[in-house]
Design a protein around this ligand. Structure first.
Ligand SMILES: C[S@@+](CC[C@H](N)C(=O)[O-])C[C@H]1O[C@@H](n2cnc3c(N)ncnc32)[C@H](O)[C@@H]1O
Length: 209
C-alpha cells in the first residue's frame, strides 16, 4: 500500500525541487496527444501539479484522481491558489478501479504513479475503459528534460533512499515491460523513452460506423 506525507511532498518536491518539470511535461503531453479541450484526468496526481499545469496550458477541465485523501486535500489548496476552483475537481480512487464512467475522459495523463499501482495491467485496462473513443492516454514518468533531470539528481545526490528508489523503479519498469503490458491488455500504443522520460502513449480507436 502506497503511503507518503502529502504536505511534505507538496512543499518540498512538487512546489520545490520538481516545480519546473510540470509546465514542461504538460506542454509535452498536450503536443503529443493534441487534446486541448474536454475532460483530462491526472491519474495518481497527488497534490495535483501536473493537472493544474494541464489546465493552465489548455481549455481542459481536469479531475485529479488519487487514492490518498491527504493528497487530494492538498490538491484542493493548490487548485484554489491557482484560481482554478470549479475547473479542476478531485476524485478519490485508484487506477485499478477508476471513479470514472465508461468513455468519460478525453485525455488521461499520469506521472510517476504507474510504478506504484498494485495491478498495472488492470490499471491500463481501466484507463482504456474510461477514455472516450478517440481519447488519449499519456502515462509514465520522467522529469521533462535531461537538464531538469540532472539538476534534480544533483540536488538529491545525498539522498540514497530516493536515488535507489528511482533506480529500482526504472529497473522493474523498462520500456519492454510497458510494451508487454499493452500487448497483454490488447491495447495498441507506443512506449517512448527519451530525455522527457518513459511514456506509454495511446489513442483509443475512434468508433467506426
Ligand atoms: C510519486 S507520487 C506522483 C504524484 C504526481 N503524479 C507527481 O508527478 O508529482 C505517486 C502517486 O501515485 C499515487 N498512487 C499510488 N498507488 C496508486 C494507484 N493504485 N492508483 C492511482 N494512484 C496511485 C499516490 O497516491 C501518489 O499520489
Amino acid at each position: 500500500m502506497f503511503a507518503m506525507n502529502a504536505r511534505e511532498y507538496n512543499d518540498r518536491i512538487m512546489n520545490g525541487l520538481f516545480r519546473d518539470i510540470y509546465p514542461l511535461l504538460a506542454e509535452q503531453a498536450l503536443a503529443r496527444t493534441g487534446v486541448k479541450s474536454g475532460l483530462c484526468i491526472d491519474l495518481g496526481g497527488g497534490p495535483g501539479m501536473l493537472g493544474i499545469r494541464m489546465a493552465l496550458s489548455s481549455d481542459l477541465r481536469v479531475a485529479i484522481v488519487d487514492p490518498l485523501a491527504d493528497c487530494l486535500a492538498v490538491a484542493e489548496e493548490n487548485i484554489a491558489r491557482h484560481g482554478l476552483t470549479g475547473r479542476i475537481t478531485t476524485r478519490q480512487g485508484s487506477a485499478e478501479a477508476l471513479p470514472l464512467a465508461d468513455g468519460e475522459a478525453d485525455l488521461i495523463v499520469s506521472r510517476g504513479s504507474i510504478y506504484f499501482w498494485e495491478d498495472q495491467g488492470r490499471g491500463l485496462a481501466e484507463v482504456y475503459r474510461a477514455l472516450r473513443s478517440g481519447g488519449w492516454a499519456y502515462i509514465g514518468g520522467g522529469f521533462g528534460s535531461q537538464a531538469l533531470r540532472d539538476r534534480i539528481f544533483a540536488e538529491k545526490a545525498g539522498d540514497a533512499e530516493w536515488t535507489e528508489g528511482v533506480a529500482e523503479r526504472r529497473r522493474k519498469n523498462p520500456p519492454s515491460h510497458f510494451r508487454t503490458l499493452l500487448a497483454e491488455a490488447g491495447i495498441s500504443g507506443e512506449v517512448r523513452s527519451d530525455d522527457s522520460g518513459t511514456w506509454i502513449v495511446f489513442q483509443k480507436p475512434a468508433r467506426t460506423k
